[in-house]
Design a protein around this ligand. Structure first.
Ligand SMILES: Cc1ncc(COP(=O)(O)O)c(C=O)c1O
Length: 430
C-alpha cells in the first residue's frame, strides 16, 4: 500500500519528521491526513504459499487422530523453536488454556493469581476447574505487577498466570523468584507475544507451561488453533487426556502411568486442531522471522516519532525486553485525559482517516465483566468474587489506543500518514 515515494526511514534518518502543516482538522472540514485506500491493515497474510499448503493438506488428511502428518511436524517445529519437550496443538487458544489449568491439576480450594488486565480467556477457563481467580493489578506496561502479586499470595495460592499483553514481556525475574520462593506454578499466556524475548530468552519458556493462541489476529496463526507448551511430563499427560482421547492417549501416555487406564475416553473431551488450520500455521511459521523483524523496525520508527508528540505517552518497554509488537499501545497523557478529551481526540483521528487506530474494549480490566464479578450465576460452586480495585488496569485501559504494527517497507508511506495525522490532531489538542 505505497502512498509516498520517499521512504519513512529516509525521512527519519535525515532527522526528525517535519512538523506537518497542521491545517484544519478533518473533523472541522479540513483535508484528512490519511489518503491511502482502506483497509489499512490486513491480517493474516494469505499468499499463494498459504493456499497451496491448505490445498495440499486437503489431499493429505482432514482428520488426524494421532501425532502424525502436519500435527507432528508443527508440534516438533514448535518444540525445537522453544527448546521444550512438549508442544501440543488444540482447536483454540482458550481450549489450550483450559488444558493448561487441568494439566496443572488446579481445582476447588486453589487460588490462582491472574492478570487483572488481559483478554479474559487468559483466566476464564479456570471457572471449569473450581479454582478461584485472584485478580492482580498491572504496572505501567499493562502486565502483572510483581509486587502486587506478592501481596496477594496466601497459603491457598497454587499458581500464577501471566499474559505478556500486547506483546510486551512481563517483568519475569521477580515473578519467577516469587513462584520459586512460594512453590507456585508459573503459567504464561503468550498469545500476544510470539517472538517476544526477556533477557534474550523467548517468553513461554519461563514457567511450567505456556499457551499460544493461533487465532486469526495473532502473529502466528492457523485461523483458529492453540498450542500448549510445557517441560512437565505430568502436565502434558493430563492435558493430552483432556483434549486428545483414544489414539494419542494410547500411544503417548506410558502404559505404566495411571492415566493410561483412561486412554480410550481421555477425560471426556475432544479439543483437537483441524489439520487445515495446522497446515496454515505451519506455512505461516516460515514467514515469522521476516514478519517479526519488519514489525520491530516499524515499531522502532513509530515509538521514536510518537514519543516526541505532545500529549502522547508510550508504555515503557521493560528493561532487557524485546516486545513482539502484536500491537502498539499509546496513551493520551493524564492531563488531556482529565480534561475529558479522549473521545474528541479519537473522533478527530478517525476523521483524519486513521481507521486502524482503535480503543481496545475487550482486552480490559476483567472485573468489568459479570463472569469475574458474579461467576456463581453461571458456574456452580462460585458465589461472587470479592471486589478488587484494579486502579492500574483501569488507567491503562481507559487511556489506551492501539495501532497495528506493519511489517512491510511498502507500508512506510501509510505509517508516515498515520504519524502526520496523530501529530496534526495532537498539535490541535495538546
Ligand atoms: C491474550 C489472549 N489469550 C487467549 C486468547 C484466546 O485465544 P483463542 O481465541 O485462540 O481461543 C486470546 C485471543 O483470542 C488472547 O488475546
Amino acid at each position: 500500500m505505497s502512498v509516498r515515494n520517499v521512504s519513512l526511514e529516509e525521512r527519519v534518518d535525515g532527522g526528525p519528521l517535519p512538523v506537518p502543516e497542521t491545517g484544519r482538522l478533518a473533523l472541522h472540514g479540513g483535508e484528512p491526513a490519511v489518503t491511502a485506500p482502506e483497509p489499512h491493515f490486513r491480517w493474516p497474510l494469505i499468499t499463494d504459499a498459504t493456499r497451496q499448503a491448505v490445498l495440499r493438506q486437503l489431499d493429505e488428511a482432514v482428520s488426524l487422530n494421532d501425532r502424525s502428518g502436519v500435527v507432528a511436524r508443527l508440534e516438533q517445529r514448535l518444540e525445537a523453536e522453544f527448546g521444550l519437550p512438549h508442544a501440543l496443538l488444540f482447536n483454540t487458544g482458550t481450549s489450550a488454556i483450559f488444558a493448561m489449568f487441568v494439566g496443572a491439576g488446579l481445582g476447588p480450594g486453589d487460588e490462582v493469581l491472574c492478570p487483572g488486565y488481559t483478554f479474559f480467556a487468559s483466566n476464564s477457563p479456570l471457572f471449569f476447574t473450581g479454582a478461584t481467580p485472584v485478580l492482580v493489578d498491572c504496572d505501567s506496561t499493562g502486565n502483572m505487577d510483581p509486587r502486587k502479586a506478592r501481596e496477594l499470595v496466601t497459603e491457598r495460592t497454587r499458581a500464577v498466570v501471566v499474559t505478556h499483553v500486547w506483546g510486551y514481556p512481563c517483568d519475569m525475574d521477580p515473578l519467577v523468584e516469587l513462584c520459586r520462593e512460594r512453590g507456585l506454578l508459573l503459567l504464561e499466556d503468550i498469545s500476544h507475544a510470539y517472538g517476544a524475548t526477556y533477557k534474550g530468552r523467548p517468553v513461554g519458556t519461563f514457567g511450567d507451561a505456556a499457551v499460544l493462541s493461533l487465532q486469526a489476529h495473532k502473529t502466528l496463526t492457523g485461523g483458529e488453533g492453540g498450542v500448549l507448551l510445557t517441560r512437565d511430563d505430568e502436565l502434558f499427560y493430563r492435558a493430552l487426556a483432556l483434549g486428545h482421547y483414544t489414539r494419542r492417549c494410547m500411544l503417548e501416555i506410558p502404559e505404566e502411568h495411571p492415566l493410561h487406564d483412561y486412554a480410550v475416553t481421555g477425560l471426556g473431551l475432544k479439543l483437537r486442531i483441524h489439520p487445515l488450520a495446522a497446515a496454515m500455521a505451519e506455512q505461516q511459521l516460515d514467514t515469522m522471522p521476516a514478519v517479526l523483524a519488519g514489525r520491530r523496525r516499524c515499531a522502532g520508527i513509530l515509538c521514536r516519532e510518537l514519543e516526541a508528540i505532545p500529549g502522547i505517552e508510550l508504555p515503557p518497554v521493560p528493561e532487557h525486553a524485546s516486545p513482539s509488537w502484536y500491537g502498539l499501545i499509546f496513551h493520551l497523557d493524564r492531563e488531556l485525559f482529565r480534561r475529558g478529551l479522549g473521545g474528541e481526540v479519537l473522533a478527530a483521528l478517525t476523521a483524519e482517516g486513521c481507521s486502524a487506530i482503535d480503543h481496545p474494549k475487550i482486552t480490559a480490566p476483567v472485573n468489568r465483566f459479570p463472569l469475574f464479578r458474579e461467576p456463581g450465576r453461571v458456574h456452580r460452586g462460585y458465589g461472587s468474587l470479592p471486589e478488587r480495585e484494579l486502579a492500574g488496569a483501569e488507567d491503562f485501559f481507559a487511556r489506551a489506543w492501539k495501532l497495528p504494527v506493519w511489517h512491510r517497507e511498502e507500508d512506510d508511506g501509510l505509517v508516515g500518514q498515520y504519524l502526520d495525522a496523530i501529530r496534526k490532531v495532537m498539535h490541535h489538542f495538546a
